[in-house]
Design a protein around this ligand. Structure first.
Ligand SMILES: Cc1cc2nc3c(=O)[nH]c(=O)nc-3n(C[C@H](O)[C@H](O)[C@H](O)COP(=O)(O)OP(=O)(O)OC[C@H]3O[C@@H](n4cnc5c(N)ncnc54)[C@H](O)[C@@H]3O)c2cc1C
Length: 365
């Protein structure tokens, strides 16, 4: 790296999705010279724009886990931020349904876990049959504090906050390598337009590179070798005649919260996301999975017909193999501080403002 042009900054954030932007915005309150590098030509083009846009209430996650802690705190911060900035949201609430006795036990576990985690507003609701006679279920719980929001406006608003506090977003530039020296982390960056390479030196380095966070973490902290696992989820758009005012979720599966029915802010309905492991980042829809998808939806909405569903979009969950929680790996190498944000799948949108505070607190100087 020695012949390349070098730039020194106080703090460098890799990745311009919701996590990187929220963290960079938070770090601007402590550092003068904060830079964020994003390889795409716009922010939030990957997982942060390929999800359900749900504000999660926090009843699913293990008590005291990072997901539980950050989701509960993040939910409150997020609702407050959306209100203050007049960004559209709908605190529409959601139902979780069981379809047999075994699922009813799982439902009860979710209810109890929610209470233990501090989600105090969950209620068993037997009136759902009247409201939505086309649904088939055994029992239902209602979460009034679940909602949906305009996540694009939210992320862009955070980006504007960051820039108006003096932060710099460098688009179309990719991190290729990381060395460590007494001056700081030396991060090799390539401008994707002209292939021009340069080095950014920073004493504080944040890796919030989403699906690419594990290989970048392995460059920073060679002690821990992280192995990522991509779990893809596809969505289908509902074209039938029924309407929903709330979100409808089945009981969760191992890799996902189940193929739920969500409404968007315009009251359109979509189903998803499915969950299956993939080796590469490819957002095309595997249409051969449509029948499996349809079967899963029919477990609670039996009248759905194949022609009611048209292909939507997909997203990929950035998980770590064998780990269900978020991982915030922070540390110091020769006086240089790093934070890796790993396994930052759902409820990552909901948790983002709380994540930013948590990451900032991990940096000691
Ligand atoms: C199917 C699905 C549904 C979901 N639904 C919800 C939901 O309803 N509610 C909720 O709260 N959460 C949800 N999530 C989770 C949420 O979307 C993610 O947690 C969040 O978007 C992750 O944001 P991120 O910034 O960490 O990653 P990303 O948005 O992927 O951002 C990472 C960025 O890093 C950049 N990058 C990578 N490598 C480099 C490099 N070498 N150099 C420079 N830049 C680089 C990428 O281009 C990318 O822009 C869902 C996720 C999925 C997959």
């Amino acid at each position: 790296m020695s012949k390349l042009e070098k730039f020194e900054v106080d703090c460098l954030v890799i990745g311009g999705g919701v996590s990187g932007i929220a963290i960079a915005r938070e770090l601007c309150t402590r550092y003068e010279n904060v830079f964020l590098i994003e390889r795409n030509n716009q922010i939030a083009q990957e997982t942060s724009s390929r999800n359900s846009e749900v504000i999660h209430a926090g009843m699913y996650y293990e008590q005291d886990s990072l997901k539980s802690k950050l989701c509960l705190k993040g939910k409150e911060l997020l609702y407050d931020y959306l209100k203050e900035r007049k960004i559209e949201f709908n605190r529409c609430g959601k139902y979780i349904l069981s379809s047999d006795d075994q699922e009813s036990e799982t439902l009860n576990d979710i209810y109890e876990n929610g209470l233990a985690c501090g989600v105090n507003d969950l209620v068993y609701d037997s009136s759902l049959n009247e409201k939505y006679p086309f649904l088939d279920f055994k029992e239902a719980i209602f979460s009034p504090s679940t909602g949906i929001f305009d996540s694009h406006s939210f992320i862009h608003s955070l980006g504007r906050d960051f820039q108006s506090s003096g932060g710099n977003i460098i688009l179309g530039n990719e991190t290729l390598g990381i060395n460590e020296s007494s001056e700081g982390f030396e991060v090799l960056v390539e401008d994707k337009k002209n292939r021009n390479q340069f080095v950014v030196i920073s004493k504080v380095l944040i890796n919030s590179a989403g699906l690419n966070a594990a290989p970048i973490a392995n460059l920073i902290n060679e002690q821990n070798i992280y192995k990522e696992e991509f779990v893809k989820g596809e969505y289908y758009i509902y074209q039938g005649k029924e309407n929903l005012e709330n979100l409808i979720y089945p009981t969760p599966t191992e890799n996902s919260l189940g193929l739920h029915a969500t409404i968007d802010l315009g009251k359109g309905i979509r189903f998803g996301p499915s969950a299956y492991v993939v080796d590469e980042i490819d957002y095309s829809l595997s249409l051969d999975q449509k029948l499996i998808f349809l079967e899963a939806v029919r477990s609670y909405w039996p009248g759905i017909k194949e022609e009611d569903l048209t292909p939507g979009y997909s997203g990929i969950r950035p998980k770590l193999k064998g780990i269900n929680d978020f991982v915030i790996d922070s540390g110091t190498v020769s006086n240089n501080q790093f934070v890796n944000v790993l396994g930052y799948a759902s409820p990552g949108l909901t948790s983002s403002l709380a994540l930013a505070i948590e990451v900032s607190e991990r940096i000691t100087s």
